[in-house]
Design a protein around this ligand. Structure first.
Ligand SMILES: C[S@@+](CC[C@H](N)C(=O)[O-])C[C@H]1O[C@@H](n2cnc3c(N)ncnc32)[C@H](O)[C@@H]1O
Length: 400
């Protein structure tokens, strides 16, 4: 998600003050109150405390209520944030080279996880058709009913003649061969939050305080959360997130890949950088109408909640499931390796109406001060040789 998030991560500017966030409509506020009531009832049933990951799961994905599960518009100018595929077809047209390579080596299916509005799917299919490398099937796993419907509309408008190849699944298929892609999906998975104190590691959870407001509440960390946090060897007085849900998801996905390449692009770092002693407040971030702030309890159900991705954890989960890690690099390098400049060069610079938006998108996608460096790409897979063209130059696997 573009915008303040990138700058905020570097902590070069402060989050939007809560008082400056736009007020929701009466209907939206009523919806948020229903979401909050649902979460409060679960907290009550659980004895007064739920872990933050469960809060995040409910706020984003409670059926019919959560941010991604109810009607509000999320992506794009009228929504809360913008992603790389939403900047235009350029991103997908370039990534199609990575898809084509995987399809040539490993099978004839594409599986997209969290396809959002379908913008990336449409761009990939357009370009794969141009390259003569269309997949037999383009499968989409998307939790959000609103976004599933939007992606159907996008594809029907942009690639109507390819619709019969596209299918929406309710969960991961039992097996897949070819190319798997997930853009900004891992950051949307619930995270556990932990903090270190003189007394040991605590898991942050959510309780209900005065006037029914959500508040942070801490318990000694136990089980898998404690084990994962201990392994990070964090300094005292440190708060951060642990992506156990994303890790489990990657492991399951890696097992379903019979032969092929999975490519995930997201904002994040290798572990050493993620849990750097100076990043003492973690990376939890919320987005509401293109403003970024750090209060996950603000208007539950109306705002996105995310955390950066620990790419070392992604690599470990993939390897533990028997997959090979095939590359890790920045988004800028990935796109250059995938022939971004050739895609741009197809439009003559004199055709300003088409060229200028393309150049602006390319700048956003690759500039180190925009998405180019903070966003990373990781590839893992099974049954394919090392040396993918998408990681030909600038592969940083050794940093994981
Ligand atoms: C930040 S949006 C990104 C959408 C799109 N990929 C893009 O880049 O514009 C995250 C998407 O991931 C979806 N999502 C989150 N967890 C998922 C899961 N476990 N399976 C499938 N989709 C998921 C959400 O519903 C949402 O559409």
């Amino acid at each position: 998600m573009l915008h303040l998030r990138i700058l905020l991560d570097a902590r070069t500017i402060s989050p939007a003050p809560m008082s400056s966030l736009p007020a929701p409509s009466a209907d939206a506020r009523a919806h948020s109150e229903r979401v909050a009531a649902h979460i409060r009832s679960e907290i009550a049933r659980a004895g007064g405390w739920i872990g933050f990951a469960r809060f995040m799961e409910l706020a984003l994905y409670a059926p019919g209520l959560g941010y991604y599960m109810a009607g509000a518009r999320k992506l794009g100018a009228e929504g809360d944030f913008t992603t790389a595929p939403e900047l235009g077809a350029l991103y997908g047209h370039a990534l199609a080279r990575a898809a084509a390579e995987a399809l040539a080596m490993a099978g004839d299916e594409i599986l997209e996880i969290g396809a959002g509005t379908g913008a990336l799917a449409a761009s990939l299919l357009e370009e794969l058709e141009r390259l003569g490398r269309l997949p037999r099937r383009y499968l989409i796993v998307e939790l959000s009913p609103e976004l599933r419907a939007r992606s159907r509309d996008t594809l029907a408008a942009r690639v109507p003649h390819l619709m019969e190849r596209v299918a929406w699944l309710n969960g991961l298929p039992p097996a897949v061969s070819g190319f798997v892609i997930g853009n900004e999906v891992l950051d949307a998975m619930p995270v556990q939050v932990v903090r270190t104190t003189a007394g040991g590691i605590e898991e942050a959870g959510v309780a209900v305080g005065s006037r029914e407001a959500f508040e942070w509440a801490y318990r000694p960390a136990a089980g898998e959360v404690a084990r994962a946090a201990r392994a990070l060897d964090l300094p005292e007085g440190y708060t951060t997130e642990i992506g156990l849900v994303a890790g489990a998801f990657i492991a399951t996905l890696a097992r379903t890949i019979e032969r092929g390449v999975a490519l995930f692009v997201d904002y994040g770092f290798p572990r050493r950088e993620y849990y750097h002693p100076q990043r003492r407040r973690g990376t939890l971030m919320c987005h509401y109408r293109h403003r970024a702030h750090d209060d996950p309890f603000f208007l539950p159900g109306l705002q996105d909640i995310t955390a950066h991705v620990d790419f070392t954890a992604v690599a470990e989960s993939a390897r533990a499931a028997g997959a090979d890690v095939l590359g890790y690099t920045t988004q800028a390098q990935l796109l250059v390796n995938c022939g971004l400049t050739d895609v741009i060069a197809r439009v003559p610079a004199e055709d300003a109406k088409r060229y200028l938006p393309l150049a602006a998108a390319a700048n956003k996608l690759t500039s180190p001060s925009e998405m180019g460096e903070l966003f990373k790409a990781i590839a893992f897979g099974r049954g394919v040789p090392d040396g993918l063209a998408a990681f030909r130059s600038g592969d940083r696997r050794q940093a994981l």
